[in-house]
Design a protein around this ligand. Structure first.
Ligand SMILES: Cc1cc2nc3c(=O)[nH]c(=O)nc-3n(C[C@H](O)[C@H](O)[C@H](O)COP(=O)(O)OP(=O)(O)OC[C@H]3O[C@@H](n4cnc5c(N)ncnc54)[C@H](O)[C@@H]3O)c2cc1C
Ligand code: SF4
Length: 800
């Protein structure tokens, strides 16, 4: 069997090996890499730095994968020399590995500009996992960080560090940020957005020296001015790793020169990824390496395939809330048509360059939803004459994005992982996928920079019948309309009672499915100002207690944040004794449950407890579980108790599409399991993470990061946006974990945290109104809605 040796266990080398494994021809494969980790998704290092992902979550190929495919993997070994005559490579540990075919996938290294003192302690780069870990170790709340370089990498590093609590300044040589991807006007929008996030930006600064004796204490610019810093990150570009190839006598310019089949000047040595130069181009992106890997794998297998023709460069900034997409050539040379739109108030900037009726380049800032459409036009060189009137804004019919049906199967949907439309469609059909999460797991599509998420959702909707059905499903057999349609109808027709909806749009009577759902819808749409129809509620909501298997009820008083007092405990004990409560039990959510209560005793018990209802029976806000945080815990960095109590106070007594559990912890040790709650607030040094869509019941799901903010109040505000958004948009009985998965966290973020100010204000106003019209359900004990409300339950009563 022929020996294929790969130098570099990064994204290009391993992606190419994955392709080789798909072809019939077998190779005896060895991968040699100088990093000590299995192959991970380098582009998600920004997400690791920003605390959005852990290291485990960005692993692309686990150790088992290498074992399953009989790949010999050697990590932590740097290949120092190639002997093309003897056909061996030698490692810096003395190991010599023979090859028949050699693949160089050595990637790039950070470019270090000639700045005096760059070797000082406290000067970092941002290229690999070890760099990221070092930065995370160094980042402290309030630490002053200077990031040299205002390109894509520099801005992502800056935002990551700022999220970690650092006071960050980006220093850029040019007079505009990301000048390779956006023009001057776009750069000013980008600058404003970064500054809005709290990242300072200094343009036109040429860094001459790192200040400090042995440790970095600041930077000095060529103009003599200085900026103090506790540490410095250099993100000034990349340099292809070509030394190994050069020493072996291969043709090397800026990168290792390759032909259309990824062959170097030596017939048995190939190269892919960032280390190569093809037709004078070196790329710093994932998409080219995937295309190159496919061509090379087919070539190695002896297949005749079209050669690599180059890739249209495209970049997306992965900073939450700063939407930037750029592709192709955006220079305004003579003969190019420039089509531009800007709206300073919206923070939106769009620029298209059309040459010979074809798209040559695009810049999108603020709104990037159409990036796939433009990418498609760029790659397919579509003649735009007929679309000329709608270039900047899609026609209404196609407003939801690129018409997926028009895409050929070979079209790449996920550029980060090279997943084509054909692969996605076949995987959906073959495996019967119905959710975005399943699609992500099976294909990796949409797990990179996230820009293809909408397109993946369109494909799911188009191809997965269940997905489509779910979206358009009629509420039940009584009403042939979906919940989305009904919400619109209730709002626009100003219908204020369940019965009105049933009379006009349904069977007139309703059933156990539509009546509670409509009842919830009324409450949510009219913020509590509607005609309440009690018969439309579940039994638990009618008597404000949880019915048990023997027909008795459980009573759970509200104990905000799980914090009670001796006085409350005494009252609970007195009530338990007086009403012969069968069991007093601590619940899983740090509350006290009085079990085995007779229905007729409920009003008296509530009155004597003198505490509000814990809503433990309803499709509503349940509780907030907290840890002890800074109050008592020696690890605590945030006040979990006060924040948790406040969170519960703000949302209590409100109904939600399904039960809603929350958690607040004072540090990432997560003692109150906030990351598996519907809404969780996780305290960090100098910041809070707001996570949503977690579950630890029948389904276990780690919550997705919604946003990282600096203060507890901001975290509460962010939680409120999500809370109301979920209340208004989820289907009835849809838990947050299904809701977030169905929509995708990117969309949830877009429509809450990064929504227009007016949209956010609307969500907040409606939440405020609902809250103002809500009240403690147990107050009803004094005035039953009807005489039999608290009469002992009959055995035949319908328990829904
Ligand atoms: C923070 C960050 C964010 C990014 N974001 C994006 C993005 O949004 N979109 C995008 O398209 N691209 C992005 N990129 C770029 C993308 O990650 C790279 O294009 C891609 O990883 C290149 O893959 P590669 O295999 O060629 O190089 P690498 O991934 O660098 O892999 C090369 C490997 O070879 C090893 N190696 C080098 N020399 C030797 C030797 N002599 N012996 C043994 N091992 C050796 C290196 O240590 C490395 O592990 C980002 C990069 C970074 C760092
Ligand atoms: S999560 Fe952190 S702060 Fe809270 S109790 Fe656990 S260790 Fe302490």
């Amino acid at each position: 069997m022929e020996r294929l040796v790969v130098v570099g266990n990064g994204m290009a080398g391993t992606a190419c090996v994955e392709q080789v494994l798909k072809y019939a021809k077998k190779f005896d494969i060895t991968i040699l890499g100088d990093e000590t980790h299995v192959n991970y998704n380098r582009i998600l290092l920004s997400a690791v730095l920003a605390g959005e992902k852990s290291h485990d979550e960005i692993v692309l190929n686990s150790l088992e994968w290498y074992q399953q495919h009989d790949i010999r993997l050697r990590l932590g070994v740097r290949i120092a020399a190639i002997d093309p005559v003897a056909k061996t490579v030698s490692g810096d540990d003395g190991c010599v590995t023979p090859y028949d075919k050699l693949l160089l996938a050595t990637g790039s290294s950070p470019l270090i500009p000639p700045i005096e003192g760059v070797k000082k302690e406290g000067v970092y780069v941002f290229r690999n996992l070890d760099d990221t870990r070092a930065l995370l170790d160094r980042a402290r709340s309030g630490a002053r960080a200077v990031v040299i370089g205002g390109g894509l990498l520099g801005l992502e590093a800056a935002r990551g560090l700022q999220v970690q609590g650092c006071d960050v300044t980006v220093v850029h040589l040019m007079d505009t940020l990301m000048e390779r991807q956006v023009d001057f006007a776009g750069g000013s929008y980008l600058k404003a957005k970064m500054e809005c996030l709290g990242v300072k930006v200094l343009l036109g600064r040429n860094t001459a020296a790192i200040l400090g004796n042995t440790k970095a204490e600041g930077v000095r610019f060529k103009d003599g001015t200085e900026l103090p810093a506790d540490f410095v990150v250099i993100a000034a570009g990349i340099r292809p790793n070509v030394e190994l190839a050069r020493k072996a006598g291969l043709q090397v310019n800026r990168g290792i020169v390759v032909n259309d089949f990824m062959g170097t000047s030596d017939a048995d040595i190939y190269a892919v990824g960032e280390c190569v130069e093809h037709k004078g181009m070196c790329y710093g992106l994932v998409a080219p390496l995937l295309e190159q890997g496919r061509v090379l794998a087919a070539t190695l297998a002896g297949n005749t395939v079209p050669g690599y023709e180059g890739t249209v460069p495209a970049a997306k900034l992965k900073v939450m809330g700063v939407e930037v997409f750029s592709a192709g050539d955006f220079s305004e040379s003579p003969g190019n048509d420039v089509i531009r739109f800007e709206d300073g108030a919206l923070g939106t900037y769009k620029k298209l360059i059309v040459r010979d009726n074809r798209l040559a380049g695009v810049i999108l800032i603020g709104e990037t939803a159409d990036s796939h459409r433009y990418m498609d036009w760029l790659q397919s060189k579509t003649d735009l004459r007929e679309k000329r009137r709608n270039l900047l804004f899609p026609e209404p019919a196609a407003d939801s994005g690129l018409d997926v049906a028009e895409l050929p199967d070979s079209k790449t949907v996920c550029g980060c992982h090279g997943v084509t439309k054909g692969t996605i469609v076949h995987t959906i059909l073959d495996r019967g996928l119905t959710t975005l999460a399943q699609l992500k797991e099976c294909t990796r599509a949409s797990t990179g920079c996230g820009s293809c998420t909408d397109l993946c959702l369109h494909l799911l909707k188009a191809v997965a019948p269940q997905f489509q059905e779910e979206e358009k499903k009629a509420l039940c057999k009584c009403i042939p309309l979906s919940e989305d349609q009904l919400r619109d109808i209730v709002r626009s027709q100003k219908l204020r009672s369940v019965q009105e909806v049933l009379d006009i749009y349904g069977s007139g009577t309703g059933c156990a499915i539509c009546k509670p759902a409509l009842s919830y819808m009324m409450d949510m749409v009219w913020c509590g100002r509607h005609e309440e129809d009690r018969s439309a509620r579940f039994i638990n909501d009618r008597v404000h207690a949880n019915i048990q298997n023997d027909g008795t009820f459980s009573v759970v008083p509200r104990i905000r944040g799980g914090v009670t007092s001796p006085e409350e405990l005494r009252r609970i004990a007195d009530v338990a004794e007086k009403y012969k409560v069968r069991m007093v039990k601590i619940t899983g959510s740090q509350r006290i449950d009085l079990l085995g209560v007779q229905k007729s005793d409920l009003p008296a018990i509530w009155a004597e407890l003198g505490m509000p209802s814990g809503q433990a029976y309803s499709k509503g806000v349940r509780m907030v579980k907290t840890c002890v945080g800074t109050d008592f815990c020696r690890f605590g960095v945030q006040d979990a108790i006060a924040t948790g109590v406040e969170l519960e106070r703000r949302f209590e007594n409100l109904f939600t599409p399904h039960k809603l559990k929350m958690g607040v912890v004072g540090c990432p040790r997560n003692c109150a399991e906030a990351t598996v709650k519907d809404i969780g607030l996780v305290g960090q040094e100098g910041s809070w993470q707001v996570v949503v869509g977690g579950a630890a019941g029948k389904k276990v799901r780690k919550a997705d990061l919604l946003v990282t903010v600096e203060s507890a109040e901001e975290a509460l505000q962010a939680a409120a946006l999500f809370f109301q958004y979920y209340r208004e948009n989820a289907n009835y009985l849809e838990r947050t974990y299904d809701f977030v998965e169905r929509l995708g966290i990117e969309r949830v973020r877009r429509e809450t945290i990064y929504a227009a100010v007016a949209v956010q204000q609307g969500l907040r106003d409606r939440l405020r109104k609902s809250k103002a019209n809500s009240k403690d359900a147990w107050l009803e004990g004094d005035q039953p809605r009807h005489p039999s409300q608290f009469v002992q339950i009959q055995p035949m009563e319908n328990v829904q």
